[in-house]
Design a protein around this ligand. Structure first.
Ligand SMILES: Nc1nc2c(c(=O)[nH]1)N[C@H]1C(S)=C(S)[C@@H](COP(=O)(O)OP(=O)(O)OC[C@H]3O[C@@H](n4cnc5c(=O)[nH]c(N)nc54)[C@H](O)[C@@H]3O)O[C@H]1N2
Ligand SMILES: Nc1nc2c(c(=O)[nH]1)N[C@H]1C(S)=C(S)[C@@H](COP(=O)(O)OP(=O)(O)OC[C@H]3O[C@@H](n4cnc5c(=O)[nH]c(N)nc54)[C@H](O)[C@@H]3O)O[C@H]1N2
Ligand code: SF4
Ligand SMILES: [Mo]
Length: 753
């Protein structure tokens, strides 16, 4: 224990004995071999070599330079996640008998893994109220139902989307909705990086990362907070390995000691890295979940105390800096270390590394955003970058590590309930011939709440799993059941299609995925790079799939006629791209991409100079109040048995799942053999009289999971790890008010025998 702190202090590396000593490594190669040598191997290779952007994460590998190349032209850049995603898409169709024979009650029993393994969706189907089975339906009937459903009052029509679809489909979706007069454009980013978008916009006048991949290669320090990139963005690990090789430092901030962030075996460096593993973290800090603001204020304090503060930079390029510096100075070390549970020497070690570095890139993901103070977390990172002048120059900056492969593109295309960039807003108003509705649309949480109050009649879901992605699954199910008509567009069945049922009519439409479209499409990576994916074919025989662009343009045509333009012409996405080039700021090069096939970095996004698109041209700094983090008392869970322990559960992804889609039940890197596990610190378990592998009950504020296996792991005391979507049944989440994002990473729960 730190003498000044009541908190136990890191490191907490007491990991489970069954876990490997490095992340990545041979299991990755075994996985590749198993899949590429299997009967599906030929198709898998063909798809890997197809010129299309990787389906999986936002790092954005693939595209015109081929499946194994990144935007810098570097080879061997496709990871196992990519194989996982492709291999799920090239499965055979779900046999028609499955839906004929299994009632909806039976389908509701399927786990996420089982639902995905049914295969690909291959014909449009409908579940009518009062019936028990999904049945095949004609496209004409689909359009008739959809058209009627979209003729409701605009505020009673909503969409939800997930970031797998193309820019072209995203642009059409928002244009169709806005033409209706509805801003109800909920998107998975509301559950994800919305606090980053909101925070970066306010601070720097941009919505996205200001760092390019090229820039990252010039950094000599990376701070990676709340991101398990070894699992979720594996190719970022290569950059960290190279940075360490050139003498740079990596600071990891994460309550859980993720093995792949300590040491990672990368197949990109088969000899020196794959088997021995490469060192990743130079310093590993394990704060209390939700306390990152305190940690960053501590780092700022130490930077200021030791003269690493760049006052001239602050004066010239920022505003509000005095208050931020004063706040860091006047917050006591006791308050800081007490709040974040990291000792002063450790915080000072981080400040020393940052202060001495020439260029620091600050990267983060869900451990930062999915908190009640997610926006403050983002501000505190931005403040740290500015205090040290680490923004607006090569090799430095702020880099939210995005989620889905095209989630950032959805935001750029205007699929958002946040304020639009002025250029986009003006262009859309011009096109529509009137101002956009000023009513704030429903973001994802608002949508669920509004539906619960019977304010939504029609919902279209462009991909995703709205039911599975939301907290409080019982509420999600109830809310969706109050919507008259829900139309799901999807490549594969998921638990949402069986549990997120509408009041009258639920329609599931089978779509082509990114490498099967009859035309080219584009996506935008988290590094602001626009990729072009070639047309392709589906392996599904006799399937009645539709391309997303085709469905959206036809529906819009039926609802809007030729207002504000000829929708049917847009069925050729080349024309959508021309529209995008004219309306979306920074996308000018889209106008010629069909002729040149040249992928590009969006203009105005990468900051190599400290000039910001804020009203004043300066970065707007704001102070970040330290959070008060107190776990509720065991008694507040209304259990007769209060002998357990209350922990803060960080809910997230296992190795081997993509969001709500589970590929494999175990997480070998954390030693969690199946989905129904809770990973906790040994001392917590023992203090509550629990032992390893014991089956316990995990009680949240609205539900519980039983028979949960206790797994010991390298997480700090007071924190625990569980997997979604399963864990979403136990809690109703607090929500970050500015961004609407649920606090998925600090879910209080009582663990008891
Ligand atoms: N293979 C794979 N890749 C994916 C996905 C996937 O499901 N599978 N999903 C995609 C999507 S949509 C997204 S958004 C990203 C998600 O990528 P990540 O954000 O990396 O994923 P998470 O599992 O949500 O958790 C991130 C990490 O945050 C840590 N953490 C939790 N609470 C805190 C905290 O309070 N402070 C700090 N500093 N850390 C904390 C957790 O221990 C965990 O290691 O990945 C994308 N890529
Ligand atoms: N407890 C907890 N909950 C969370 C999170 C957490 O960390 N903890 N993370 C949140 C985050 S970051 C996110 S992003 C959300 C994810 O939420 P979503 O994006 O809603 O969910 P996914 O599981 O990614 O959606 C997968 C489905 O998308 C469909 N799909 C795949 N490809 C395509 C395509 O090309 N077109 C179409 N139309 N459909 C396609 C398939 O049917 C597949 O089943 O979950 C959130 N929920
Ligand atoms: S890092 Fe992301 S984009 Fe790159 S290959 Fe892996 S999953 Fe695909
Ligand atoms: Mo996400």
């Amino acid at each position: 224990m730190d003498s000044k702190s009541l908190q136990p202090v890191p490191p907490f590396h007491d990991k489970n004995e069954e876990t490997p000593d490095i992340g990545g490594g041979l299991p990755v190669i075994e996985y590749w071999a198993e899949h590429t040598l299997s009967p599906e191997g030929a198709k898998l290779w063909q798809t890997l070599l197809h010129k299309s952007a990787c389906l999986s994460c936002s790092w954005g590998t693939g595209g015109q330079k081929g499946g194994f190349t990144n935007e810098e032209g570097e080879k061997l850049q496709r990871c196992m996640k990519s194989v996982e995603a492709i291999s799920a898409e090239i499965k055979p169709a779900v046999p028609v008998e499955v839906f004929q024979q299994r009632s909806i009650q039976e389908l509701q029993q399927l786990t996420s893994l089982e639902a995905d393994r049914l295969g690909r969706l291959s014909f449009p189907m409908i579940l009518r109220s009062g019936t028990s089975h999904y049945e095949r339906i004609s496209w004409e009937e689909v359009y008739n139902i959809a058209e009627t459903a979209f003729r409701k009052a605009p505020d009673r029509v909503a969409s939800y989307s997930s970031g797998r679809s193309s820019n072209e489909a995203a642009f059409l979706l928002q244009l169709m909705m806005r033409s209706l007069g509805s801003n109800n454009l909920a998107d998975c980013s509301d559950l994800c990086h919305a606090p980053s978008t909101f925070g970066l916009k306010q601070m720097f006048g941009t919505n996205t990362s200001v760092v390019s991949l090229e820039n990252l290669k010039h950094a000599d320090c990376v701070v990676l907070a709340g991101a398990n990139s070894a699992y979720n963005h594996p190719r970022l690990m290569n950059e960290l390995i190279k940075l360490r090789d050139r003498g740079g430092k990596v600071i990891v901030i994460n309550p859980m000691m993720e093995i792949g962030l300590v040491k990672f075996g990368s197949p990109a460096f088969p000899v020196k890295s794959l088997i021995p593993g490469s060192d990743i973290s130079s310093l590993y800090l394990q704060p209390i979940p939700g306390s990152d603001v305190a940690l960053f204020v501590g780092i700022q304090k130490s930077l200021i105390d030791r003269g690493f503060i760049k006052t001239e930079f602050l004066k010239a390029h920022t505003e509000g800096w005095e208050a931020v510096v004063e706040a860091a100075r006047s917050t006591s070390w006791d308050t800081i270390t007490e709040t974040c549970g990291v000792s002063q020497p450790e915080i000072e070690a981080a400040a020393t590394i940052i202060g001495n570095a020439k260029g620091v890139v600050f990267g983060w993901a869900m451990g930062i955003t999915q908190h009640e103070n997610g926006v403050d977390n983002v501000f505190s990172i931005g403040n740290t970058a500015l205090i040290t002048g680490n923004i607006g120059k090569e090799g430095a900056g702020v880099m939210p590590v995005r989620g889905h492969s095209n989630v950032q593109g959805f935001g750029s295309m205007g699929v958002t309930t946040q304020k639009l960039k002025k250029g986009l807003q003006d262009a859309l108003e011009n096109l529509l011939g009137h101002p956009l509705s000023e009513v704030k649309g429903y973001d994802t949480r608002d949508l669920i709440e509004a539906a619960d109050q019977e304010k939504v009649e029609t919902l279209i879901c462009l991909g995703g799993n709205l039911y599975g992605a939301n907290p409080d699954s019982t509420q999600a199910k109830r809310s969706l059941s109050k919507i008259d008509t829900i139309i799901y567009l999807a490549t594969k069945p998921n638990i949402g299609h069986f549990n997120g049922l509408a009041k009258h009519t639920t329609i599931v439409l089978p779509v082509r995925n990114r490498f099967e479209n009859p035309y080219k499409t584009t996506t935008e990576s988290g590094n602001n790079f626009v990729r072009l994916s070639d047309e392709g074919e589906t392996h599904l025989k006799d399937a009645d799939l539709i391309a997303e662009v085709e469905f959206l343009t036809e529906l819009a045509h039926r609802v809007h006629g030729d207002y504000p333009l000829d929708w049917r012409k847009l069925r050729d996405p080349k024309f959508v791209r021309q529209l995008i080039a004219k309306t979306v700021p920074g996308y000018e090069q889209m106008a010629t991409i069909d002729e040149t096939q040249e992928e590009f970095t969006i203009t105005g996004r990468i900051l190599n100079e400290p000039k910001f698109s804020t009203p004043s041209g300066k970065a707007a700094m704001s102070t970040t109040p330290l959070p008060t983090l107190k776990l509720p008392d065991a008694r507040s869970f209304n259990q007769s048995n209060v002998n357990g322990i209350v922990v803060a559960i960080m809910t997230g992804r296992s190795y081997s799942q993509h969001n709500t889609v589970v590929y494999k039940i175990g997480d070998q890197y954390r030693g969690m053999p199946h989905r129904n596990c809770i990973l906790m610190n040994r001392s917590d378990a023992e203090s509550a009289g629990l032992s390893e592998h014991q089956r316990v009950t995990v009680q949240g504020n609205v539900g519980k999971l039983e028979q949960v296996e206790v797994i010991y792991g390298a997480v700090r005391p007071g924190a625990a790890v569980m997997f979604y979507p399963e864990v979403n049944v136990i809690f109703k989440a607090r929500v970050e008010t500015r961004s609407g994002t649920p606090a998925f990473k600090r879910v209080p729960a009582l663990v008891h025998a």
